[in-house]
Ligand binder design. Sequence first.
Ligand code: PMP
Length: 441
Amino acid sequence: MSYIIHRSLRQTPPVAVSAHGILVRDSQGNTYIDASGGAAVSSLGHGHPDVIEAMHRQIDRCAYAHTAFFTTEVAEQLAAKLVDGAPDGIGAVYLVSGGSEAIETALKLARQYFVERGEPQRAVFIARRQSYHGNTLGALAVGGNEWRRKPFAPLLMDVPRVSACYEYRGRGEHQSVEQYTAALLDELESAIVRAGPQNVIAFVAEPVVGATGGAIPPTPGYFKGVREICDRHGILFIADEVMCGMGRTGTMYAIEQEGVAPDIITVAKGLGAGYQPIGAVLATGEIVERIRRGSGNFLHGHTYIGHPVAAAAALAVQQVIERDALLEQVQKQGAALSRMLYNAFDNHPHVGDVRGRGLFMALEMVQDRATKAPFAPQRKLHAAIKEQAMKRGLMVYPMGGTIDGQHGDHVLLAPPFIASASDLGEIVSRLSDAIEAALKQ
Ligand code: PMP
């Protein structure tokens, strides 16, 4: 009997009792390879001694200090480290407790920036169809995940939506990548013009789409185009890197690979790597300076912002990534994982696409490769793959849902950065077995 409101109210999940490296153990003695880092969280694997020691030290010194009264050395050090490694223009950081809070904060920060500039009529965010930005009401409103939004739709602000950059499904048979990219950018610009550029606050997008399609990278030049359009119309660009950021794609921020600097970046998951709940909003010096010179207060705040133990964990995670050259490791092992996935699934009749960046890879499952027809939603193939993978001691992040009337089943892999080549081989082998078993089910 469980008194927890679990994700499924019909089924209680296994009880995790210990976790070390890439392995999680349950109370029945089963061991699982964490091939998804939970949900792209556990970038250093589990039980990393340096992170745990940093948390212990901070708990002993000062476990909590409310930000209405104090800042802490460790939160200041983390913020400085994040600003130091961030794309051009980023000048300050707001520390929160997770991804949804980071998005809510980003939306309010962007709105207040324009209010302080004397443009209070700006109230529109533009976002994309394939997108997930979190489950709180503001984050849910900007996200495009239909099945998550549906029961709450009357509570959500109106957000004009444009197509995501999703080449596998979006690019026409006779369209070049350049033509496809240009069409997407036209669509964005038209949406801005329709809303009235003077009414728009920001365009919100995940540089590499995570939870609504699985590791969908942008086409070359797409985000350069986004940046130009936002600049032309004087609106902000918010990059949601909650899932794809903090090294997951082989660079600290996925947007770095596009050669573009956003006005606001949200991160979470890999920031604390699961050791503590923590997220952050990185903003340009211009945004923060405007509010400083204006009202002087960002009208926001939560009880646990800047939590010192969470900051200690995140700072230690950053230090380990740097010391152990883990970004290079992600690039190298990402290339290896990608090769293994292509070898295993490139000719598979029900794998339509293998894609991703770094150690952020996904498979898109299809009924028919030629037509790209998806499986029927009632079949819940993604759930069957998860179940079969768990039976084989493998955690993968399965995603299924309907976006824009189109159902899809995806499998996301986001293994810890410390996974060895043989770990990756074992992951692909178990995944392959799980997929075959799920297809027979
Ligand atoms: N943005 C993105 C891109 C995400 O992937 C997620 C979580 N999957 C969130 C925001 C919300 O983060 P959290 O679950 O920590 O609230």
